[in-house]
Design a protein around this ligand. Sequence first.
Ligand code: COA
Length: 280
Amino acid sequence: MSDSAAMASVFRSGLLDGQVALVTGGGTGIGFGIAELLAELGAHVVIASRKPAHLEAALAALTSRGHKASAVSLDVRDPERVTAVVREIATQYGRIDLLVNNAAGNFYAPSATLSPNAWRSVVEIDLFGTFYCSQAVYPIMAAQGGGRIVSTSMTLHYRGWPMMAHATAAKAGVDALTRTLSVEWAPQRIRVNAIAPGPIPTEGVRKAFMPPADSGIPDRFAAAEDRMAEYARTGIPLGRWGAPRDIANMVAFLASPAGDWITGAIFVVDGGEWLAKATT
Ligand code: COA
């Protein structure tokens, strides 16, 4: 049995029946993996993304399997739109049990020449967006007697990461926000946690491992796979790359009754990668 097949049966069917979940950046990659598992477990999932093509494909994939899902166009940097979308979801589906702040932007760039707009774009998506969405669901979750917020963090800011000033600063802010909101909103029974994923081979990561076009390597994709396999052997103590399902499992756990007494926690889900880097 493959790792992902084994993981498919971890949670009981119907675990999240009746829940309404909003997943930002839920059209692709880790976000879609999270949306998929939540829907498989019975939640109605609202996927939010800036890109209509991502929304259409993700929604078709979910609804064709009989899952309860809908899609909404949203740029998390726009607080007024965030509030309007969240209110609309609450009106339409009656509640919001879970917010997954997954939308993120990122790229490698030297700090010395990073433009103000480049800095702003990433910090606004990762940090401001997380705050805007969390603030928008607060009154709904408070009125219904509780809810869960799970934000996507990272591990790169634990040591600092050259060429990632914008993203590491933003995710450090997400960690601080997680801890602060968890205590501030505990009386309303809103659990606020975060997950710091390790390396998941999304398209961007594959590109980073791809040899340059002028490398003369005829099958560049195969070369990338070889380099990625080598990294799994040497850079990830548990010996494999992550899958969106690895992160989704943690979200489902936190959304389930098992997450009832967990708030303010930041869970590293990375096969041991960052600790291994920290010791080398
Ligand atoms: N290096 C340096 N600057 C970059 C860059 C790069 N690789 N990519 C974008 N920028 C700069 C742009 O030049 C622009 O700055 P400028 O106006 O001074 O030229 C600024 O960032 C905004 O870029 P733009 O593409 O207009 O913004 P956007 O809001 O449409 O996109 C980003 C947001 C920048 C985060 C974009 O990379 C993106 O949408 N990425 C897809 C999502 C993603 O990154 N997912 C990974 C999650 S970990």
